[in-house]
Design a protein around this ligand. Structure first.
Ligand code: MN
Length: 236
């Protein structure tokens, strides 16, 4: 078979060996098929966005895999926005697919974990919300998914508690704990796999704690999830 144009490269992330051991994977890569994101999954963040966390089931949106940006890279300030926000998130990497996965067995489908930032053109997202339109312009733009290497669950376990934080220029802006997740990783996989067939290579950004805010050119974002990894991205 011959393609009529050069086929695009498979997006991928490096594989790490656990927190503080990012190079252990050598040349190994985790290929990425889809990126799912969970909306409003920490109560305090749902409230800061004007919603009642007690009443809303989880909902999902997607980013494109080619929007991944490795930790240590520069994030080019995107076009068409003047209000670009950070959202630090635990990222779950799927190693075994399926649909209709029960929460009780969901962790068997997880290959590992990473730390990501769900970069958001908040002004475009806000306009879309107001008009009842899709969120792609706010969420799925180029470089909108900075992410660390993926660490195998064998090295980092299945983190269900631990500090999650983000600082801008050294000043803490987001601070939370994984145990505050409204929907846990197994519950997210159960709900997501009721809507879509999950497959190896899927990433799930699991939601952000309170404190989201805007960045400007020249800012340096650092963040992390205790026991998983830390991420650093400079805004260019
Ligand atoms: Mn998010």
């Amino acid at each position: 078979m011959e393609y009529v144009i050069e086929p695009p490269a498979t997006p991928s992330l490096p594989v790490g060996g656990g927190a503080g051991n990012a190079n252990a994977g050598a040349d190994a890569r985790f290929p990425v098929r889809r990126i799912y994101c969970v909306g409003r999954n920490y109560a305090a963040h749902a409230r800061e966005m004007g919603h009642d966390p007690e009443r809303e089931p989880p909902f999902f949106f997607q980013k494109n895999p080619d929007a991944l940006l490795p930790s240590g890279s520069q994030f080019p300030y995107p076009a068409a926005s003047r209000d670009v926000h950070f959202e630090i998130e635990l990222v779950c990497a799927i190693g075994a697919g399926g649909s209709g996965i029960a929460a009780s067995g969901a962790l068997d489908h997880v290959w590992g974990y990473a730390v990501g930032i769900d970069m958001t053109r908040r002004d475009l997202q806000g306009a879309a919300k107001k008009l009842g339109r899709p969120w792609e312009a706010g969420k799925a733009f180029e470089h909108s998914a900075p992410c660390t290497p993926v660490h195998p669950a064998g090295a980092v376990g299945h983190p269900a508690e631990g500090r999650i934080w983000l600082a801008v220029n050294g000043e803490i802006r987001q601070e939370g704990n994984l145990k505050e997740l409204i929907w846990t990783v197994p519950e997210i996989i159960e709900q997501l796999s009721a809507l879509f067939t999950l497959a190896p290579g899927d990433l799930i950004f699991t939601g952000t704690p309170a404190g989201v805010g805007a960045i400007e050119r020249g800012d340096v974002m650092t963040g992390g999830v205790e026991g998983v990894d830390t991420i650093e991205i400079e805004v260019a």
